[in-house]
Ligand binder design. Structure first.
Ligand code: CA
Ligand code: CA
Length: 170
């Protein structure tokens, strides 16, 4: 105990004021780091929204020109495969340079006929992301509900694990 008092007392070289200043500085640093992380996350969400809107717009620019969706070579209104959609978009310079989401996953095109998994039938672009980000995007571009509207998801937005977001093109 004597040793402890020595350590905290004048003999240690730190006064209470100095310790308090140290704690304030640590607090400010933590605040700056957390604030920076929030800013980065917001920038990623903005990029994510822009990517999805860009991919959506690319499909309709293609449709305007050819009167059918990219990657629908048999003209039945459904994407044939992920690769054919990318190839057709790329042939018209409509595919964005990066196919990777700011949250790490790659965008994938598909056709859903299963309303229990996708909550909707139709052509979609899907991408995996944290659930709070998915909710944010659904609120910005749609109705904020994971089972309804033009944006749906593989699971509830209140969970903790990453989920698949489906952005329907039609
Ligand atoms: Ca097709
Ligand atoms: Ca929705």
């Amino acid at each position: 105990m004597k040793e402890m008092r020595k350590l905290l007392g004048k003999e240690s070289g730190f006064t209470l004021v100095e310790l308090a200043i140290g704690l304030v500085i640590i607090g400010l640093l933590i605040g700056a780091i957390l604030g920076g992380a929030a800013m980065i996350n917001n920038a990623k969400i903005r990029r994510q929204v822009k990517d999805l809107q860009g991919l959506y717009a690319g499909c309709y620019t293609y449709f305007d020109k050819f009167e059918q969706l990219p990657g629908d070579r048999d003209g039945n209104g459904q994407f044939d495969a992920d690769s054919t959609v990318w190839n057709d978009l790329q042939s018209q310079n409509l595919a964005q340079q990066t196919r990777r989401s700011p949250f790490g996953d790659t965008y994938a095109w598909g056709w859903s006929s299963d309303t229990t998994v996708y909550h909707k039938m139709g052509n979609y672009v899907s991408v995996n992301m944290p659930p709070d980000v998915a909710r944010n995007i659904d609120m910005q571009l749609d109705d904020g509900e994971y089972t309804t509207g033009s944006i749906t998801a593989s699971a509830d937005y209140t969970g903790s694990g990453r989920i698949d977001l489906y952005y329907f093109i039609d």
